[in-house]
Design a protein around this ligand. Structure first.
Ligand code: FNR
Length: 379
């Protein structure tokens, strides 16, 4: 019997479901409470329609006789091969026992994009950075790939500070502070499954070198804007705040001078019935633009991106780039490094086709060309 080829993200999802133990699959896939936000993150993209432009030469742009999908971020300090970043997700060794995050980081280098490494990674951040350097040096010397470090702020501030200092020391290029997890969302599937990490898989960055024991850590529910000043004072790296849905908070982020925000509801895993990320985006873009006329702050978005057209829509609404979470985990579970490579390649190809079919020659054209119809009306 002919094996079905994996052509899109949903194919990878279904194959991953067949392969993964139920407990791991549920941990990756599900959201909180009734999973309304989880579902809506994807459906909201489907509700937005495209209005393509025609008779535009989309043939002539380097590097590949096609449109130019290279994307500049953080005040043009970094260029990635297309506007798609690997979102921080916990414990990649659950998807791929042997290589975990090391497989993911190799694919990030191959595709010249950014991997945002989770605080709850199952590989030490130093090892990921070392693999990143090796992969660039040995295989892709022209890769623009960077590592960003996703930070959970813990009650133990000394531990938190050490994590930031380690990340800076070993070459991470930005700190992404996740702010939508002052308490863990109510994930009932994980409760049913008595979810626990299997022996041998742990949050390696939270292990004390000296005695091989886990640090005592707990999320800090007292976290507030004033803590941003403290983080600013201990690192020179660009700061990006992840988990914003309210335009007031986006304005506050501009006032605090952060370099970027991620519009996100944590993939529907935290506050259920939160607005979908893409529906929250327009108000946030308006707020950011009105707060500072020449604002250098990047706005990113994640949650529910499964097709190249989803990326196109996010950029048309003003996002600089998107982050993808679960699609990377499906690729990793199905075929390790190769699987993540294929997932990124699929999104890249789909995005390029979407740009060409909508008449966008460059990334800038996507927001200029007025190609969206929201809820049947011209936005
Ligand atoms: C996450 N996410 C997440 N975010 C974060 O800041 N730190 C983390 O450790 C994790 N861990 C994590 C694990 C798993 C299994 C998932 C599915 C998600 C959230 C993640 O960064 C991102 O916001 C969402 O995954 C985006 O939604 P999609 O692309 O999965 O729909």
């Amino acid at each position: 019997k002919k094996v079905r080829r994996l052509l899109n993200i949903e194919d990878y999802h279904q194959r991953a479901q067949q392969i993964l133990p139920q407990m791991t699959y549920d941990f990756y896939r599900t959201g909180s409470d009734d999973q309304v936000t989880l579902v809506d993150n994807q459906l909201a993209y489907r509700r937005i329609k495209l209005r393509p432009k025609i008779f535009i030469d989309v043939s002539s742009h380097p590097p590949s006789n096609s449109v130019n999908r290279h994307t500049k971020l953080l005040n043009s300090s970094v260029t990635i091969s297309f506007p798609c970043i690997i979102a921080p997700t916990a414990v990649h060794c659950l998807a791929n026992r042997e290589h975990g995050e090391l497989a993911t980081v190799r694919a990030a280098v191959t595709h010249s994009t950014i991997m945002c490494v989770s605080t709850l990674a199952s590989t030490r951040m130093e090892s990921i950075a070392e693999e990143h350097r090796r992969q660039i040096k040995e295989h892709y010397p022209q890769s623009y790939s960077q590592l960003w470090y996703q930070l959970y702020v813990f009650k133990n501030r000394q531990l938190t500070q050490q994590l930031i200092e380690r990340a800076e020391r070993c070459g991470y290029k930005a700190v992404v502070i996740t702010v939508d997890l002052c308490v863990l969302g109510n994930r009932e599937c994980d409760i049913h499954n008595d979810f626990a990490l299997p022996d041998g898989i742990r949050a390696e960055n939270l292990i004390d070198d000296t005695d091989d024991n886990a640090f005592k850590w707990a999320y800090d529910s007292s976290l507030s804007w004033k803590d941003l000043g403290w983080i600013r004072s201990i690192t020179r790296l660009p700061l990006i705040v992840k988990g914003i849905l309210h335009p007031d908070d986006a304005r506050e982020a501009v006032r605090h001078g952060v370099q970027g925000i991620v519009v996100s509801n944590h993939g529907g895993r935290q506050l259920d019935t939160s607005q979908s990320a893409i529906e929250a985006l327009p108000d946030i873009i308006r707020a950011v633009r009105s707060e500072a006329k020449n604002c250098e702050m990047d706005v990113y978005i994640d949650g529910g991106i499964r097709r190249g057209t989803d990326i196109l829509k996010a950029l048309a609404l003003g996002a600089k780039a998107v982050l993808v979470g679960r699609p990377i985990l499906w690729g990793l579970a199905v075929d390790g490094e190769k699987g993540v490579n294929n997932v990124l390649q699929i999104l890249k190809n789909e995005f390029q086709t979407a740009m060409m079919l909508s008449g966008c020659q460059t990334i800038e054209d996507i927001s200029k060309n007025d190609i969206l119809v929201m809820n049947g009306n011209n936005n």
